[in-house]
Design a binder for this molecule. Structure first.
Ligand SMILES: [Zn+2]
Length: 55
């Protein structure tokens, strides 16, 4: 009997800001991780910079 389980990435890494799929990870069961995608990371650091300029 062939066993195909283990070749599929079940874990998904989603951006907590825009919901974009950032990456997939190999996990034993369905898991969803939340992180920041590059675009939201960029916008976040830009906002901080702007805030620093305001002060
Ligand atoms: Zn994002």
């Amino acid at each position: 009997m062939a066993n195909f389980v283990g070749s599929i990435d079940l874990g998904s890494v989603l951006c907590k800001h825009c919901g974009n799929l950032i990456d997939t990870v190999d996990t034993e069961k369905v898991m969803i991780y939340y992180s920041d995608c590059l675009q939201c990371n960029k916008e976040g650091s830009k906002k901080v910079e702007e805030k620093q300029y305001e002060y």
